[in-house]
Design a protein around this ligand. Structure first.
Ligand code: SF4
Length: 415
């Protein structure tokens, strides 16, 4: 968002991808897949662009891998915002006119700009953690938060552009602390919820050790704060958690989740998680403890990451790797458990009223998410279709493989 703004302010024109002669790409190396997608993105840009500037953490980690792709590629150590500022400030001395047709493309884990109904508010960057498998602290640095005043201004701008849902994003979002007023994440979410035009405030992910009282308070008191927490578990075995450098035990993870559920009371909070399967030292008994912890925490969806060593991390030096066949089998089993739990979660919603924020509208079907992040599909005639961004009251009537079929309540549907 900042990169785009800086480029537009400097007189560049934003145009469709095929028409842009200068591309600025923000790369990511959080996972090997994200890094590979960053390289693909650069190659795709080279089909039409005359110059490609690449920045972001994958470039910071290894600028050469991008410089070697093509002579038109300029790796820039820093962020895409830095490169945009450098291009924008140029008076031609750097060989760059300020009247390029540009494309500022974000290539992070998902788009930083969000969808047409959902605005991603980046509230902080970096992480003070020391997880043995993770490259992020090396490439993104220590945790630092954006001022709440800037975040609220961005939320107001996004809401005025028709994005009613704000998603708080970052690397270690729960660690947020406003550098000006000292507000914590939960307090910031309450302030974002009060911005005119904002209907929902969602959290992308929060570490279990960062589930603070102010966050629970926001979930309890503000209906616009979505009752969905994505809380990475990574393992349910204490020895594996210690080897990973995670600073909690399985019991502590469960205690935090129970505390959320007990405090929030009347609102059902949907908890999803990440698990790394096959980290060194994980044996069958340890894996079974992970399955048990997923069940005990009432998790409704697990993002399964089969472990692969990331060069430059402490864990990459280990020799005690889990055999690939075991890793594959356990990953399959955990995905099966996740699917089962997701189905239970959706089944419990059948016959219940929900409110859906419409984000996709097609000829005969539209869809969107409930506040607790369950995908819902609605049949509709083109003339009757709700607008994208509308909040619609529905009743859940059937299971779909990845969500629920719903019918609109009220004059045009169920009454
Ligand atoms: S908490 Fe651990 S896994 Fe998450 S970004 Fe920080 S170091 Fe990486």
């Amino acid at each position: 968002m900042l990169a785009r703004r800086a480029l537009l302010a400097a007189g560049h024109r934003e145009v469709p991808e095929a028409e842009a002669d200068l591309h600025v790409i923000n790369t990511c190396c959080i996972t090997a897949e994200a890094e590979s997608k960053s390289r693909q993105s650069v190659r795709r840009s080279l089909r039409s662009a005359q110059e490609v500037y690449v920045a972001g953490c994958a470039v910071n980690l290894n600028p050469r891998q991008f410089g070697e792709i093509d002579e038109r590629v300029t790796p820039f150590v820093g962020t895409a915002d830095d490169v945009a500022a450098a291009i924008g400030a140029s008076d031609g001395s750097a060989g760059i006119d300020t009247e390029h047709n540009v494309l500022a493309r974000e290539r992070r884990a998902g788009s930083e700009r969000g969808s047409r109904t959902r605005g991603f508010l980046k509230v902080q960057d970096g992480c003070d953690g020391d997880c043995a498998y993770c490259i992020i602290p090396t490439v993104r640095g220590r945790a630092r938060s954006r001022p709440a005043s800037a975040i609220l201004a961005e939320a107001a701008e996004r809401a005025s552009l028709g994005q009613p849902e704000m998603v708080m994003t970052g690397i270690s979002v729960g660690d947020y602390r406003d550098p000006e007023q000292g507000l914590e994440l939960g307090q910031l979410m309450l302030d974002v919820a009060r911005v005119p035009g904002v209907e929902r405030v969602r959290l992308s992910s929060v570490e279990v050790i960062h589930v603070k009282d102010t966050l629970i308070d926001a979930l309890t008191t503000e209906p616009k704060v979505c009752p969905h927490l994505h809380v990475p578990m990574q393992s349910g075995d204490d020895a594996v958690l210690a080897a990973m450098g995670r600073h909690y035990t399985a019991v502590e993870y469960l205690e935090h989740i129970d505390r959320v559920r007990a405090s929030v009371g009347g609102r059902r909070v949907n908890i999803t998680t990440d698990v790394i399967v096959g980290f060194p030292t994980e044996d069958e008994a340890a894996f079974q403890r992970t399955l048990d912890t997923v069940d005990a925490a009432g998790i409704t969806r697990v993002h399964v990451f089969p472990y692969s060593p990331r060069p430059g991390t402490a864990a990459a030096e280990r020799g005690d790797l889990v055999p690939p066949a075991d890793k594959k089998r356990r990953s399959r089993e955990l995905r099966g458990r996740s699917e089962l739990r997701s189905r239970l979660h959706r089944t419990a919603r059948l016959g219940r009223p929900e409110r859906v924020l419409i984000d996709k509208v097609a000829d005969t079907q539209c869809s969107g998410y409930t506040a607790d992040y369950t995908r819902c599909y609605l049949s509709c005639e083109p003339a009757d279709a709700p607008a994208r961004g509308a909040l619609v009251d529905v009743e859940c009537v059937a299971l779909y493989a990845d969500g629920l079929r719903c019918e609109i309540r009220g004059p045009r549907g169920l009454s």
